[in-house]
Design a protein around this ligand. Structure first.
Ligand code: PMT
Length: 402
């Protein structure tokens, strides 16, 4: 139960430590007990009094705290925790844990606990990219430690790139065993990104999808409390915290991956741009440049969305429609033809929908149901869309939604 979950929150010495206060508050709001353990470096960035007031527990800082250690305090804390979350986790922290050092309270706790350990790295992008940090991350991942992020964006040092600590809400969604929210207890499958249909060993057919819309939906569904399975084509995006990711390449692989798991799902959202056609023949060797023209014969690939909607015991099925013109007419036609519960239409074209940060959506459902989501960042749209899907997928609620 989320209400009883005990989170040991380690705070290390990086500028992102200012977000730890918000993180404590967010964990407490979701019913967690939070015990903060700070390193000496963290004290340079945030005061223990703030974290103590928000967590409602004295902050532990010192391995040599005589009063606490008289009762083997570090072992007690290690046993107390249902999970250990270190946020921010600096490059120094990753290195100490990778080497199994135990010379301060936090690193000692990490050795002494058998609870899951989550790290939210935060550092300059070059420190994150450094081979030493890469090697430390590999060692930690191989030991079962979960790395959450980092995110990509502007950094406190004025640079831009990977190294930002994930936002507190995303970290909460990742560590809560049973998050509360409108989708709590429900399993959502989302497809995202493009597919690649191979022509020969060096060439393939694909499209402009970046996966951003589908990944934003996965993050929002997780934060709404769902178990989320994200089946994605090839994209350059980090997995949202707490989301189970399945990587595929072709439409046929996507079809297979979806049907292997969809039986457990309550909601299916097809945001992937799946190739409608694939080359009939795969040339085992690179096709040589010989004639002035080259003709490829293409066959229809399986329609994943329609096949999910056709299941006898189907999830609430939501499709997307990427249209260049007559968006509403084409989307309504797809909604009816594929027998969907909902369709999310977006106009595509230069600078629109594909590989953009923003989007605008027209959401349609049977019996003339309609809602417009004005242009906004994909993450905001995803939250609004997930809230609508959460409501409409409960039959008793759908009836009263305008
Ligand atoms: O990934 P981004 O860069 O963020 O861009 C987002 C997006 C534009 C890709 C997304 O918002 C979107 O519109 N996704 C659906 C793209 C698409 O393939 O649309 P469609 O109208 O061709 O397909 C209709 C629906 O059928 C879609 O849900 C699609 O996933 C599904 N489909 C299509 C073909 C096929 N063989 N199998 C399918 O399941």
């Amino acid at each position: 139960m989320a209400g009883q979950q005990r989170v040991l929150l380690g705070v290390t010495g990086g500028i992102a430590a200012y977000k730890s206060a918000e993180l404590v508050r967010a964990l407490r709001e979701r019913g967690c007990e939070v015990q903060v353990v700070m390193t000496r470096g963290a004290r340079e960035f945030i005061g223990a009094a703030t974290l103590q007031a928000l967590s409602g527990r004295p902050v532990r800082e010192d391995l040599w705290d005589a009063a606490a250690e008289a009762a083997m305090g570090h072992i007690e804390l290690a046993r107390w925790a249902d999970c250990v979350l270190i946020a921010p986790a600096t490059a120094q922290c990753l290195a100490r844990l990778a080497h199994g050092l135990a010379d301060d309270l936090l690193s000692t706790l990490c050795l002494a606990t058998d609870a899951p350990v989550y790290l939210a790295p935060a550092m300059n992008r070059l420190m994150w990219a450094h081979p030493a940090t890469r090697a430390n991350c590999e060692v930690l991942a191989a030991r079962g430690v979960t790395l959450l992020g980092p995110g990509i964006g502007d950094q406190a040092c004025g640079e831009t790139g990977p190294g930002r600590m994930l936002e507190p809400q995303a970290l909460v969604a990742a560590v809560l065993k049973d998050p509360a929210g409108p989708l709590a207890g429900r399993t959502v499958m989302i497809t995202a990104g493009p597919t690649r249909e191979p022509i020969d060993p060096v060439r393939y057919l694909t499209n402009r999808s970046s996966g951003k819309m589908g990944f934003a939906l996965a993050a929002a569904a997780r934060e709404a409390g769902a178990r989320v399975v994200l089946v994605t084509g090839p994209v350059a995006l980090a997995t949202p915290p707490g989301v189970e990711r399945v990587d595929v390449e072709t439409a046929a692989e996507l079809h297979e991956a979806v049907h292997r798991r969809v039986g457990d799902c309550d909601i299916f959202i097809g945001a992937a741009a799946v190739a409608d056609y694939r080359p009939r023949e795969y040339a085992g060797e690179k096709i040589k440049k010989r004639d002035a023209t080259l003709t490829l014969t293409l066959d229809r690939s399986p329609d994943v969305l329609a096949s999910v909607a056709a299941l006898a015991s189907r999830p609430f099925t939501v499709g997307f429609a990427a249209e260049t013109c007559e968006v509403e007419r084409h989307a309504r036609e797809k909604l009816a033809r594929k027998q969907l519960d909902m369709i999310v239409a977006n106009q595509v074209g230069p600078g629109r929908a594909f590989d953009t940060e923003d989007n605008e959506l027209l959401v349609l459902w049977p019996e003339e149901g309609c809602q417009v989501f004005a242009r906004a960042p994909k993450r905001e749209l995803a939250e609004a869309l997930i809230a609508l899907i959460a409501t409409r997928s409960r039959p008793e609620d759908a009836a009263v939604v305008p």
